[in-house]
Design a protein around this ligand. Structure first.
Ligand code: K1U
Ligand code: ZN
Length: 149
């Protein structure tokens, strides 16, 4: 693992905590690398960021699960998203060691959400056309209000 990736992982963890997020993909801070950080425990005041470098989904269950999702790149929009309930993934950890992981619950959802970012997909792309267009209208309105000061 080179120093540049380790610095990126640390910068991403700082950005995730500063934004009160539970995950972040490198592309969200303008870096086109296949790197994620996730920390689901921080709400309890502990910091334990996990790095996922070049993650890949090896298997996804047919069983689906619904969780409410938000996104730091789509502020103030939250909605239910249906995704595979369990996944098996492989990735490199921050030491550069290949790991495999079976995840369910919020970790499975968060990993899929972050991996979508690496492929240019946002959680609102999983919503119905109507819900997505309402979300885009809300975002456009919020941006206009922000620009007007
Ligand atoms: O990728 C991102 O935009 C981060 C996103 C991750 C995520 C959230 C919910 C479901 C799937 C993936 C967030 O962290 S949004 C913020 C958030 O979840 C949160 C913020 C404050 C308190 C509790 C949660
Ligand atoms: Zn997101």
């Amino acid at each position: 693992m080179d120093a540049e990736i380790l610095e990126l992982v640390d910068d991403m963890a700082d950005s995730m905590y500063a934004a009160d997020g539970i995950g972040l993909a490198a592309v969200q801070i303008g870096v086109a690398k296949r790197v994620l950080v996730i920390d689901l425990d921080q709400k309890e005041g502990k910091k334990n960021p996990r790095a996922f470098i070049n993650p890949k989904i090896l298997w996804a269950s047919e069983e689906m699960a619904v969780f409410e999702e938000g996104c730091l790149s789509v502020p103030e929009i939250w909605d239910d998203v249906e995704r595979p309930a369990r996944i098996k993934a492989e990735y490199l950890d921050r030491e550069g060691v290949k790991q495999t992981l079976e995840a369910d619950g919020m970790l499975a959802t968060c990993l899929q959400h972050e991996m979508d970012h690496l492929n240019g997909v946002l959680f609102i792309d999983h919503l119905s056309r109507l819900k997505r267009s309402i979300a885009i209208r809300k975002l456009t309105k919020a941006k206009k209000l922000q620009a007007a000061g």
